[in-house]
Design a protein around this ligand. Structure first.
Ligand code: NCD
Ligand code: ZN
Length: 349
């Protein structure tokens, strides 16, 4: 099979963490992607432009010089965020979106939003400024079945928000259901979604294959096979509203293999290669270039890269773990093979 040459892709949703964890994972992303939307759910959260710029410096300092990777920073929306913070973010040229975590929905979301009414002035300012809102689309709370939280959020919170702010750019992050795909297809312009590799490659059966599998636990949780098939169809359909966002979310082994394990799967070590598998399985490899390298940039108003990366169908075995500060990081598919490898990065002639 001939090599697959695609524009250097961008990751429109990644967790790079901070400190020793950042140092351990940043290169995996920077080696594959030209840019990445860097999630702000640190402890404490990245709630201001000033914090985002300082975090950006730490990300760049964690990388080998000359790689050309550009971290695109985000702000963590809280009920105390001022509309003027959006002005500062827009003026910085380095903050590209604002993230909405419903409080309690996922890892480090406790500083997030409980009452959407309270952030409306900020959302209106974002609409004016063309600053996209990135949404963790799940309704938290014990009263809602964990497998229904995305659908519940779309119907009760997102749909009304999309109508109320008709000019706000919105990305529904890491979609996991057929319901989300159908919502996106019917939505007004300016509403898009990212899709992770794990949600293209697995259904919820992976969580229980022969025993409880903590390394398949992420939020939103893996769903049914019919949902996975709808996501594959959306990602490979050529519809520009669906684009790449790995949601690679590293946690130490001890935090995953625990009586109360953290949500998050680490996929950055093989991110593009995994999407190649999913697209190949769907018989749509030729659609990977747009999904990975063009549609996201288009949504964010950025030019696609002139550089390319070359993927070859050469299997490799994923290590059992990577170093992660004092602990270890168990990557997705640890000890197993991945069919695709990255051969080279280069420039378009
Ligand atoms: C993410 C994390 O660990 O920060 N976890 C996850 O399961 N995806 C948070 C998130 O994006 O929900
Ligand atoms: Zn995430």
């Amino acid at each position: 099979m001939s090599p697959l040459i695609i524009p250097r892709p961008d990751d429109w949703h990644v967790h790079l963490r901070d400190g020793a964890a950042l140092a351990a994972v940043a290169e995996f992303t920077a080696r594959r992607f030209g840019r990445a939307i860097v999630m702000p759910n640190l402890k404490p959260a990245v709630t201001t432009t000033e914090l985002a710029l300082a975090y950006r410096d730490r990300v760049l300092a964690a990388l080998a010089p000359g790689g050309g990777f550009e971290p695109l920073m985000t702000l963590y929306l809280t009920e105390r965020t001022a509309p003027q913070e959006i002005d500062r973010a827009a003026a910085s040229g380095c903050v590209h979106a604002v993230k909405l975590y419903p409080a309690g929905a996922t890892t480090h979301s406790d500083a997030g939003v409980r009452d959407l009414e309270r952030v409306l002035p900020v959302l209106e300012r974002m609409q004016e400024r063309g600053m996209p809102l990135l949404v963790h689309g799940e309704t938290p709370g014990a009263g809602i079945d964990p497998f229904d939280r995305e659908a519940h959020f779309i119907d009760r919170t997102l749909a009304p928000l999309v109508r109320r702010l008709p000019g706000l750019k919105i990305v529904l992050e890491h979609i996991t259901t057929r319901h989300a795909v159908e919502f996106l297809r019917a939505a007004r312009p300016g509403v898009a979604a990212t899709i992770t590799p794990q949600h293209l490659l697995h259904n919820r059966g992976a969580l229980f294959a022969g025993g409880l599998r903590p390394h398949f636990y992420c939020l939103p949780i893996l769903k049914r096979e019919e949902d996975r098939l709808a996501l594959v169809e959306a990602a490979t359909s050529g519809d520009p509203r669906f684009f790449l966002g790995t949601d690679s979310a590293p946690h130490a082994r001890s935090a995953k293999e625990s009586s109360c394990g953290c949500a998050g799967m680490f996929t950055a070590h093989a991110a593009v290669e995994l999407y190649a598998e999913a697209f190949e399985d769907a018989g749509r490899l030729e659609r990977l270039a747009d999904f990975a390298g063009r549609f996201g940039a288009q949504f964010y108003g950025l030019a696609p890269h002139r550089e390319t990366i070359t993927l070859v169908r050469r299997p490799w075995t994923v290590p059992d773990s990577y170093g992660f500060g004092e602990d270890a990081l168990v990557p997705y598919r640890a000890g197993e093979t991945i069919r695709w490898s990255i051969e080279a990065t280069g420039s378009v002639p």
